[in-house]
Ligand binder design. Sequence first.
Ligand code: ZN
Length: 187
Amino acid sequence: MTLSGTWIWTAQLPPPLAGQVCTSSGNWTSPKYLAISMQMSDGTDASNALADVQPGDLMRLEQQTNSANFAVFEITEEGSLDAGFTQYGVSPYDSGGSLPADASVVSVVCPYELPPPDINEVAWWIEPAREPNRYLIHCECPHGEVVEMVATAPFGVPDASAVIPSTASNLRRRWGCHCVLYSPALP
Ligand SMILES: [Zn+2]
């Protein structure tokens, strides 16, 4: 059974109150656990769908009034039942926008299906800039493009596996991009 409904986000640490969802870090970027009430924000019981959430599933949270603010987590540990809520081990998979304010309504979907791969890739390349020891980092996808300059000291091309993900995260921030694959794959 797919989990799909709305909960109230709170930056307070677990346990969540009825209707709430929260994380062990109080944010969407670095939690180890996510705790979610058995009740949706409208009081609907979600215990059956919560019990079907499996390790390996992706769970997406998205602010109901601003879809640019979202996070996708991979479930890493089976849910443990507690009084009125379930807690899962999670690993951040993707996010965009900013953390919604406390008490914002968020839609929660699990398992979340990633968009098809053909609209899902960030093309990247690195080229020398005019200035010595500086390089241009390009990331481009169907949502938009960002170009950032980095300096290296004193020689050598920047490490793609370090600079491309940070540039791509700005692509997400600026354009609401949801792309998670790199083309070519990172070294
Ligand atoms: Zn994109």
